[in-house]
Design a protein around this ligand. Sequence first.
Ligand SMILES: *Cc1c(COP(=O)(O)O)cnc(C)c1O
Length: 329
Amino acid sequence: MQIGKLPRKRIAVLPTPLYELKSLSRKLNGPRIFIKRDDLTGLAFGGNKARKLEFILGDAIEKGADTVLTAGALQSNHVRMTAAAAAQFGLRAVLFLRGKEPSAYKANLLLDRLLGAKIEFIDFDDREEIIRRMEAAAEDLKSRGSNPYIIAAGGSTPIGCTGYYVALTELLTQVNEMGIHINHLLLASGGGGTHAGVVLGAKALNFALNVIGISVSRPADAIVERVSQLSEETASLLGHKLRFSAVEMEVYDQYIGDGYAIPTPEGLAAIRLVAQTEGIFLDPVYTGKAMAGLIDLIANQRFHRDEAVVFLHTGGTPALFTDEKIWNR
Ligand SMILES: *Cc1c(COP(=O)(O)O)cnc(C)c1O
C-alpha cells in the first residue's frame, strides 16, 4: 500500500493504548476483551476522526486551502474535531449543522464555538440540500479570492479511510509486541469510513481478524454495501485492487433503537457498566450502542471463552454532556 505518497499531517497522538479489560470480561463471563483507545487520539477530546483528518487535512493543505467547510449533526464529533484541526493549522472552519440553533450551547456545539468556527444552522433534514448549500458557500468564498475545501460529512472518503488502514498496521504491531492473538474487532459503524479502513487493513495485512460492525443508524445491508465500496475505493487510492464481498462482513443493526443519536436503555446501561467496572467513559450515540451489542452477543454465545475481542473505542465522550435528562432514569 502506497501510504507514504499521500500527504499527511500529524494530528493524532499515536499509537493509542491497547489493553485488556479484565474486570469487564469477568463481569460478562465472556471472552477476553481488549480495548483500543481511539478516544485518546488527543485532538480536542479525541476520537476516530483525528486519524481520518491526518490525511484529509494533508490533502487540503497540499491543495492550498485556507478554509475548510464540513457538515454534520448538531452534536457531530466529526465537526468538532475538524474545527480543532483547522484551528491547529491556521485554517478557517465553516460548519453546517443540521438543526435549529439551541438556546444553550452544550457539549460538542460549545466546543465548536470555543474553537472559533463559523457555524451555520440548517433547520431541515435534507442532506442533499445541505451539500448544495455548502457548495454554494464554497463558490462564494472562491469568488472572493479564498481557497475553500469541502470535507464530506464524517470524513468517510477514501482519503479519510486511509487513517484506519494505518490504524490496523498499528494494531497489528501492538498485538505482535504483546504476544496476544486477537480473533475479532468490534466497532460502531455510522458513515462506514472507520469500518471500511479496518476491513481493508485486516485484508491487506493478512491479519486474520473478523470485523464486527454495530450500526448506529443504517440497515445492515446498507452498511455492508457502503463499507465494501469504500474499502475498494480506498484500496485503489493506495494502488491495490481488492474485492470485498458481503459474506466477509458481520454487521448488526438491532442495537440502533429509535434512530441515530437517540439513546437506548441498553446503550446507557452499557455506559454505566463500563464506567463502573473499568473507569472508562463511552458515549450515548456510538460506543455505548456498540458495547450494548458486544454485551448482547456475549450473552448469546457468539464467542468462545478462549477467544479475544478488541473493542474499538471511537470516542464521542463530549456527547455525554448534551442532555442531562437522559441520565435521570
Ligand atoms: C464518527 C464516529 C463513529 C463512526 O465513524 P464512521 O467512520 O462514520 O462510521 C463512531 N464513533 C464515534 C464516536 C464517532 O464520532
